[in-house]
Design a protein around this ligand. Structure first.
Ligand SMILES: NC(=O)C1=CN([C@@H]2O[C@H](COP(=O)(O)OP(=O)(O)OC[C@H]3O[C@@H](n4cnc5c(N)ncnc54)[C@H](O)[C@@H]3O)[C@@H](O)[C@H]2O)C=CC1
Ligand SMILES: C[N+](C)(C)CC(=O)CC(=O)[O-]
Length: 326
Protein backbone atom coordinates (compact mmCIF):
# COMPACT_ATOMS: atom_id res chain seq x y z
CA UNK A 1 0.00 0.00 0.00
CA UNK A 2 1.03 3.60 -0.61
CA UNK A 3 0.62 6.48 1.85
CA UNK A 4 -0.89 9.33 -0.17
CA UNK A 5 -4.13 10.82 1.06
CA UNK A 6 -6.88 11.01 -1.54
CA UNK A 7 -9.85 12.26 0.49
CA UNK A 8 -11.25 15.63 -0.73
CA UNK A 9 -13.80 15.88 2.11
CA UNK A 10 -14.10 14.36 5.56
CA UNK A 11 -16.20 11.19 5.83
CA UNK A 12 -18.57 13.10 8.15
CA UNK A 13 -19.17 15.74 5.45
CA UNK A 14 -20.24 13.39 2.65
CA UNK A 15 -23.74 14.24 1.33
CA UNK A 16 -23.71 12.74 -2.16
CA UNK A 17 -23.07 9.07 -2.94
CA UNK A 18 -22.99 7.37 -6.35
CA UNK A 19 -23.97 3.70 -6.75
CA UNK A 20 -22.78 2.05 -9.96
CA UNK A 21 -24.58 -1.20 -10.79
CA UNK A 22 -28.06 -1.40 -9.28
CA UNK A 23 -28.95 -5.07 -8.96
CA UNK A 24 -29.45 -6.99 -5.72
CA UNK A 25 -26.46 -5.39 -3.96
CA UNK A 26 -26.24 -2.02 -5.70
CA UNK A 27 -29.98 -1.57 -5.11
CA UNK A 28 -29.52 -2.56 -1.48
CA UNK A 29 -26.76 0.03 -1.10
CA UNK A 30 -29.01 2.67 -2.68
CA UNK A 31 -31.76 1.85 -0.14
CA UNK A 32 -29.25 2.04 2.72
CA UNK A 33 -27.74 5.38 1.70
CA UNK A 34 -31.18 6.92 1.06
CA UNK A 35 -32.38 5.77 4.48
CA UNK A 36 -29.34 7.42 6.01
CA UNK A 37 -30.31 10.74 4.41
CA UNK A 38 -27.79 10.91 1.55
CA UNK A 39 -28.49 12.16 -1.95
CA UNK A 40 -27.90 9.15 -4.18
CA UNK A 41 -27.17 8.98 -7.89
CA UNK A 42 -27.31 5.56 -9.53
CA UNK A 43 -26.33 4.20 -12.91
CA UNK A 44 -26.89 0.74 -14.38
CA UNK A 45 -26.76 -0.13 -18.10
CA UNK A 46 -29.76 -2.51 -18.05
CA UNK A 47 -32.75 -1.01 -19.90
CA UNK A 48 -35.20 -1.80 -17.05
CA UNK A 49 -32.73 -0.86 -14.30
CA UNK A 50 -34.49 2.26 -12.99
CA UNK A 51 -37.84 0.52 -12.65
CA UNK A 52 -36.28 -2.47 -10.86
CA UNK A 53 -34.22 -0.24 -8.61
CA UNK A 54 -37.16 1.90 -7.53
CA UNK A 55 -39.19 -1.26 -6.81
CA UNK A 56 -36.35 -2.69 -4.72
CA UNK A 57 -36.05 0.53 -2.71
CA UNK A 58 -39.83 0.72 -2.20
CA UNK A 59 -39.89 -2.89 -1.00
CA UNK A 60 -37.04 -2.21 1.44
CA UNK A 61 -38.50 1.04 2.79
CA UNK A 62 -40.94 -0.46 5.39
CA UNK A 63 -38.01 -2.33 6.96
CA UNK A 64 -35.93 0.84 6.90
CA UNK A 65 -38.74 2.80 8.54
CA UNK A 66 -38.77 0.22 11.33
CA UNK A 67 -35.03 0.68 11.77
CA UNK A 68 -35.50 4.45 11.85
CA UNK A 69 -34.82 6.84 8.97
CA UNK A 70 -32.28 9.66 9.24
CA UNK A 71 -33.69 13.19 9.23
CA UNK A 72 -34.64 14.19 5.69
CA UNK A 73 -34.28 10.65 4.33
CA UNK A 74 -36.45 10.14 1.28
CA UNK A 75 -36.77 7.88 -1.74
CA UNK A 76 -37.10 11.14 -3.72
CA UNK A 77 -33.41 11.85 -3.13
CA UNK A 78 -32.55 9.14 -5.67
CA UNK A 79 -31.57 10.22 -9.18
CA UNK A 80 -31.02 7.56 -11.82
CA UNK A 81 -28.73 8.92 -14.51
CA UNK A 82 -28.42 8.04 -18.18
CA UNK A 83 -24.63 7.77 -18.04
CA UNK A 84 -21.94 6.65 -15.65
CA UNK A 85 -20.22 10.05 -15.97
CA UNK A 86 -23.35 11.90 -14.81
CA UNK A 87 -23.74 9.58 -11.83
CA UNK A 88 -20.26 10.24 -10.47
CA UNK A 89 -19.81 13.88 -11.58
CA UNK A 90 -20.65 15.36 -8.15
CA UNK A 91 -20.17 12.27 -6.01
CA UNK A 92 -18.23 12.37 -2.76
CA UNK A 93 -18.11 8.57 -2.52
CA UNK A 94 -18.66 5.85 -5.15
CA UNK A 95 -19.85 2.29 -4.48
CA UNK A 96 -19.43 -0.10 -7.43
CA UNK A 97 -21.69 -3.19 -7.49
CA UNK A 98 -21.41 -4.55 -11.04
CA UNK A 99 -21.38 -8.30 -11.87
CA UNK A 100 -18.62 -10.45 -10.41
CA UNK A 101 -16.54 -10.78 -13.57
CA UNK A 102 -12.90 -9.87 -13.28
CA UNK A 103 -12.44 -8.25 -16.71
CA UNK A 104 -15.64 -6.24 -16.31
CA UNK A 105 -14.56 -5.01 -12.86
CA UNK A 106 -11.12 -4.03 -14.21
CA UNK A 107 -12.43 -1.94 -17.07
CA UNK A 108 -15.30 -0.47 -15.05
CA UNK A 109 -13.04 0.59 -12.17
CA UNK A 110 -10.62 2.20 -14.65
CA UNK A 111 -13.55 4.03 -16.26
CA UNK A 112 -14.81 5.14 -12.84
CA UNK A 113 -11.35 6.33 -11.86
CA UNK A 114 -11.21 8.46 -15.02
CA UNK A 115 -14.72 9.92 -14.53
CA UNK A 116 -14.84 10.52 -10.76
CA UNK A 117 -13.62 13.84 -9.31
CA UNK A 118 -10.00 13.65 -8.07
CA UNK A 119 -9.51 12.18 -4.63
CA UNK A 120 -13.02 10.76 -4.24
CA UNK A 121 -12.85 7.20 -2.88
CA UNK A 122 -14.25 4.40 -5.06
CA UNK A 123 -15.25 1.16 -3.29
CA UNK A 124 -16.03 -2.17 -4.91
CA UNK A 125 -18.66 -4.55 -3.48
CA UNK A 126 -16.77 -7.55 -4.88
CA UNK A 127 -17.40 -10.69 -2.85
CA UNK A 128 -13.97 -12.15 -3.43
CA UNK A 129 -11.61 -10.49 -5.92
CA UNK A 130 -8.58 -8.85 -4.35
CA UNK A 131 -8.39 -5.14 -5.21
CA UNK A 132 -4.84 -5.75 -6.42
CA UNK A 133 -6.30 -7.79 -9.32
CA UNK A 134 -8.86 -5.13 -10.24
CA UNK A 135 -7.26 -1.72 -9.80
CA UNK A 136 -5.63 0.15 -12.69
CA UNK A 137 -1.88 0.68 -12.70
CA UNK A 138 -0.31 4.03 -11.87
CA UNK A 139 0.27 6.17 -14.98
CA UNK A 140 -1.85 7.81 -17.68
CA UNK A 141 -3.56 9.90 -15.01
CA UNK A 142 -4.88 6.84 -13.15
CA UNK A 143 -5.27 7.07 -9.38
CA UNK A 144 -5.42 3.48 -8.09
CA UNK A 145 -4.65 4.79 -4.60
CA UNK A 146 -8.31 5.69 -4.03
CA UNK A 147 -9.72 2.22 -4.85
CA UNK A 148 -10.79 -0.05 -2.00
CA UNK A 149 -12.94 -3.11 -1.46
CA UNK A 150 -16.06 -2.43 0.64
CA UNK A 151 -17.65 -5.88 0.80
CA UNK A 152 -21.26 -5.81 2.04
CA UNK A 153 -23.73 -8.54 3.01
CA UNK A 154 -27.14 -9.09 1.52
CA UNK A 155 -29.17 -6.99 2.02
CA UNK A 156 -26.78 -4.08 2.60
CA UNK A 157 -29.64 -2.03 4.04
CA UNK A 158 -30.05 -4.48 6.95
CA UNK A 159 -26.90 -6.50 7.53
CA UNK A 160 -24.44 -4.15 9.24
CA UNK A 161 -21.10 -5.70 8.24
CA UNK A 162 -18.77 -4.22 5.61
CA UNK A 163 -15.28 -5.66 5.12
CA UNK A 164 -12.80 -3.00 4.00
CA UNK A 165 -9.43 -3.80 2.46
CA UNK A 166 -7.10 -2.14 -0.02
CA UNK A 167 -4.92 -3.54 -2.79
CA UNK A 168 -1.20 -3.17 -3.37
CA UNK A 169 -1.65 0.29 -4.94
CA UNK A 170 -4.32 1.55 -2.53
CA UNK A 171 -3.37 4.47 -0.29
CA UNK A 172 -3.50 3.61 3.40
CA UNK A 173 -5.51 6.79 3.93
CA UNK A 174 -8.16 5.65 1.45
CA UNK A 175 -8.69 2.51 3.53
CA UNK A 176 -8.93 4.56 6.73
CA UNK A 177 -11.22 7.12 5.07
CA UNK A 178 -13.60 4.41 3.76
CA UNK A 179 -13.75 2.64 7.10
CA UNK A 180 -14.66 5.89 8.82
CA UNK A 181 -17.19 6.76 6.10
CA UNK A 182 -19.00 3.40 6.39
CA UNK A 183 -19.00 3.81 10.16
CA UNK A 184 -20.57 7.29 9.87
CA UNK A 185 -23.06 5.84 7.36
CA UNK A 186 -24.25 3.33 9.95
CA UNK A 187 -22.33 0.20 8.97
CA UNK A 188 -20.32 -2.12 11.19
CA UNK A 189 -16.81 -2.20 9.74
CA UNK A 190 -13.99 -4.72 9.80
CA UNK A 191 -10.84 -3.19 8.32
CA UNK A 192 -8.34 -5.74 7.05
CA UNK A 193 -4.63 -4.99 6.77
CA UNK A 194 -4.05 -7.61 4.06
CA UNK A 195 -5.89 -9.24 1.18
CA UNK A 196 -7.29 -12.71 1.84
CA UNK A 197 -9.31 -14.76 -0.67
CA UNK A 198 -12.96 -14.28 0.32
CA UNK A 199 -11.98 -11.75 3.00
CA UNK A 200 -13.06 -13.04 6.43
CA UNK A 201 -16.78 -13.76 6.44
CA UNK A 202 -17.00 -15.25 2.94
CA UNK A 203 -14.02 -17.48 3.66
CA UNK A 204 -16.02 -18.86 6.57
CA UNK A 205 -19.29 -19.02 4.61
CA UNK A 206 -17.56 -20.75 1.72
CA UNK A 207 -16.36 -23.56 3.99
CA UNK A 208 -19.92 -24.13 5.15
CA UNK A 209 -21.27 -23.81 1.62
CA UNK A 210 -18.74 -26.30 0.24
CA UNK A 211 -19.95 -28.92 2.71
CA UNK A 212 -23.61 -28.16 1.95
CA UNK A 213 -22.93 -28.81 -1.74
CA UNK A 214 -21.13 -32.06 -0.95
CA UNK A 215 -24.07 -33.30 1.09
CA UNK A 216 -26.60 -32.48 -1.66
CA UNK A 217 -24.34 -33.97 -4.37
CA UNK A 218 -24.02 -37.20 -2.41
CA UNK A 219 -27.69 -37.35 -1.41
CA UNK A 220 -26.62 -37.18 2.24
CA UNK A 221 -29.02 -34.38 3.20
CA UNK A 222 -31.74 -32.32 1.55
CA UNK A 223 -31.52 -28.56 1.07
CA UNK A 224 -34.19 -28.20 3.77
CA UNK A 225 -32.27 -30.42 6.22
CA UNK A 226 -29.18 -28.26 5.68
CA UNK A 227 -31.05 -24.99 6.17
CA UNK A 228 -32.91 -26.28 9.24
CA UNK A 229 -29.66 -27.55 10.74
CA UNK A 230 -28.43 -23.94 10.85
CA UNK A 231 -31.63 -22.01 11.67
CA UNK A 232 -32.61 -24.48 14.42
CA UNK A 233 -29.03 -24.98 15.60
CA UNK A 234 -25.80 -22.96 15.41
CA UNK A 235 -27.44 -20.04 13.57
CA UNK A 236 -29.34 -19.11 16.72
CA UNK A 237 -26.07 -18.68 18.60
CA UNK A 238 -24.20 -16.99 15.77
CA UNK A 239 -26.61 -14.02 15.72
CA UNK A 240 -24.96 -12.70 18.86
CA UNK A 241 -21.83 -14.79 19.57
CA UNK A 242 -19.31 -15.84 16.93
CA UNK A 243 -18.09 -19.39 16.31
CA UNK A 244 -14.93 -19.01 18.42
CA UNK A 245 -16.51 -17.82 21.67
CA UNK A 246 -19.42 -20.20 21.08
CA UNK A 247 -17.01 -23.13 20.93
CA UNK A 248 -15.05 -21.82 23.92
CA UNK A 249 -18.25 -22.40 25.90
CA UNK A 250 -18.26 -25.99 24.60
CA UNK A 251 -15.19 -26.52 26.77
CA UNK A 252 -17.18 -25.67 29.90
CA UNK A 253 -15.23 -23.77 32.50
CA UNK A 254 -12.06 -25.09 30.85
CA UNK A 255 -12.91 -22.83 27.89
CA UNK A 256 -11.21 -23.03 24.47
CA UNK A 257 -8.19 -24.87 25.94
CA UNK A 258 -10.29 -27.77 27.14
CA UNK A 259 -12.45 -27.71 24.02
CA UNK A 260 -9.37 -28.06 21.73
CA UNK A 261 -7.68 -30.68 23.93
CA UNK A 262 -10.94 -32.63 24.13
CA UNK A 263 -12.26 -32.37 20.57
CA UNK A 264 -9.18 -31.40 18.53
CA UNK A 265 -8.02 -34.94 17.75
CA UNK A 266 -11.50 -36.03 16.61
CA UNK A 267 -11.81 -32.94 14.37
CA UNK A 268 -8.57 -33.62 12.54
CA UNK A 269 -10.21 -36.04 10.13
CA UNK A 270 -13.02 -33.69 8.95
CA UNK A 271 -10.52 -30.83 8.63
CA UNK A 272 -8.15 -32.75 6.40
CA UNK A 273 -10.58 -34.58 4.11
CA UNK A 274 -12.43 -31.46 2.90
CA UNK A 275 -12.22 -30.61 -0.82
CA UNK A 276 -14.28 -28.55 -3.23
CA UNK A 277 -17.20 -30.45 -4.83
CA UNK A 278 -17.63 -30.54 -8.61
CA UNK A 279 -20.37 -27.99 -9.39
CA UNK A 280 -21.77 -29.87 -12.39
CA UNK A 281 -25.22 -29.49 -13.95
CA UNK A 282 -26.70 -32.26 -11.81
CA UNK A 283 -25.60 -30.61 -8.55
CA UNK A 284 -26.71 -27.19 -9.77
CA UNK A 285 -30.17 -28.53 -10.60
CA UNK A 286 -30.41 -30.44 -7.30
CA UNK A 287 -29.68 -27.20 -5.41
CA UNK A 288 -32.22 -25.24 -7.47
CA UNK A 289 -34.92 -27.91 -7.01
CA UNK A 290 -34.16 -28.19 -3.29
CA UNK A 291 -34.46 -24.42 -2.82
CA UNK A 292 -37.74 -24.32 -4.74
CA UNK A 293 -39.07 -27.12 -2.56
CA UNK A 294 -37.91 -25.35 0.62
CA UNK A 295 -39.51 -22.07 -0.51
CA UNK A 296 -42.84 -23.83 -1.20
CA UNK A 297 -45.57 -21.33 -2.10
CA UNK A 298 -43.51 -18.32 -1.00
CA UNK A 299 -42.50 -15.95 -3.82
CA UNK A 300 -39.19 -14.06 -4.00
CA UNK A 301 -40.96 -10.97 -2.61
CA UNK A 302 -42.44 -13.07 0.24
CA UNK A 303 -39.00 -14.44 1.12
CA UNK A 304 -37.39 -10.97 1.02
CA UNK A 305 -40.08 -9.60 3.37
CA UNK A 306 -39.70 -12.63 5.67
CA UNK A 307 -35.92 -12.26 5.74
CA UNK A 308 -36.07 -8.49 6.33
CA UNK A 309 -38.48 -8.89 9.25
CA UNK A 310 -36.38 -11.74 10.65
CA UNK A 311 -33.18 -9.67 10.58
CA UNK A 312 -34.95 -6.70 12.19
CA UNK A 313 -36.35 -8.95 14.93
CA UNK A 314 -32.87 -10.37 15.61
CA UNK A 315 -31.28 -6.89 15.64
CA UNK A 316 -33.98 -5.70 18.02
CA UNK A 317 -33.75 -8.77 20.27
CA UNK A 318 -29.97 -8.42 20.54
CA UNK A 319 -30.08 -4.68 21.24
CA UNK A 320 -28.50 -3.70 17.93
CA UNK A 321 -31.11 -1.41 16.45
CA UNK A 322 -28.76 1.55 15.96
CA UNK A 323 -29.50 5.26 15.99
CA UNK A 324 -30.68 7.09 12.92
CA UNK A 325 -28.19 9.93 12.94
CA UNK A 326 -25.20 9.73 10.71
N1 LIG B 1 -25.63 -11.07 -4.26
C1 LIG B 1 -24.95 -11.12 -3.11
O1 LIG B 1 -25.35 -11.79 -2.15
C2 LIG B 1 -23.70 -10.32 -2.93
C3 LIG B 1 -23.01 -9.79 -4.01
N2 LIG B 1 -21.88 -9.03 -3.80
C4 LIG B 1 -21.16 -8.44 -4.92
O2 LIG B 1 -21.92 -7.35 -5.42
C5 LIG B 1 -21.66 -7.20 -6.82
C6 LIG B 1 -22.98 -7.19 -7.56
O3 LIG B 1 -23.61 -8.44 -7.36
P1 LIG B 1 -25.21 -8.57 -7.42
O4 LIG B 1 -25.85 -7.31 -7.03
O5 LIG B 1 -25.53 -9.82 -6.70
O6 LIG B 1 -25.44 -8.82 -8.97
P2 LIG B 1 -26.74 -8.52 -9.86
O7 LIG B 1 -26.64 -9.38 -11.04
O8 LIG B 1 -27.96 -8.58 -9.02
O9 LIG B 1 -26.54 -6.99 -10.27
C7 LIG B 1 -25.51 -6.55 -11.10
C8 LIG B 1 -25.98 -5.29 -11.79
O10 LIG B 1 -24.89 -4.74 -12.51
C9 LIG B 1 -25.38 -4.25 -13.75
N3 LIG B 1 -24.29 -4.16 -14.71
C10 LIG B 1 -23.97 -4.98 -15.73
N4 LIG B 1 -22.89 -4.52 -16.37
C11 LIG B 1 -22.51 -3.38 -15.74
C12 LIG B 1 -21.48 -2.42 -15.93
N5 LIG B 1 -20.60 -2.56 -16.90
N6 LIG B 1 -21.41 -1.38 -15.09
C13 LIG B 1 -22.29 -1.23 -14.08
N7 LIG B 1 -23.31 -2.09 -13.86
C14 LIG B 1 -23.40 -3.15 -14.66
C15 LIG B 1 -26.48 -5.22 -14.15
O11 LIG B 1 -27.39 -4.63 -15.06
C16 LIG B 1 -27.11 -5.53 -12.80
O12 LIG B 1 -28.19 -4.67 -12.52
C17 LIG B 1 -20.72 -8.32 -7.21
O13 LIG B 1 -19.41 -7.85 -7.18
C18 LIG B 1 -20.94 -9.35 -6.10
O14 LIG B 1 -19.84 -10.19 -5.88
C19 LIG B 1 -21.41 -8.76 -2.53
C20 LIG B 1 -22.07 -9.25 -1.44
C21 LIG B 1 -23.24 -10.10 -1.55
C1 LIG C 1 -23.02 -15.38 -2.29
N1 LIG C 1 -22.01 -14.34 -2.01
C2 LIG C 1 -20.69 -14.95 -2.01
C3 LIG C 1 -22.09 -13.36 -3.08
C4 LIG C 1 -22.37 -13.80 -0.68
C5 LIG C 1 -21.57 -12.65 -0.18
O1 LIG C 1 -20.61 -12.17 -0.75
C6 LIG C 1 -21.93 -12.06 1.14
C7 LIG C 1 -23.29 -12.39 1.69
O2 LIG C 1 -24.21 -11.60 1.55
O3 LIG C 1 -23.42 -13.44 2.29
Amino acid sequence: MTDTTPAPCAPEDVRRVACIGAGVIGGGWVAHFLARGYDVTAWDPAPDAEDKLRRLVAAAWPALEQLGLAEGASQDRLTVTATLAEAVADAQFVQESAPEKLELKRSLLAELDAATPPGVVIASSTSGYPMTDMQPQHGDGADPGRLVVGHPFNPPYLIPLVEVVGGESTAADAVAWSSRFYDVAGKSVITMDRELPGFIANRLQEALWREALHMVANGEATVKDIDDSITEGPGLRWAFMGPCLTFALAGGEGGMGHMLDHFGPSLKSPWTRLEAPELDRELRDAMVDGCEEAAGERTYADLVAERDQGVIDVLRATGRLGGTAR
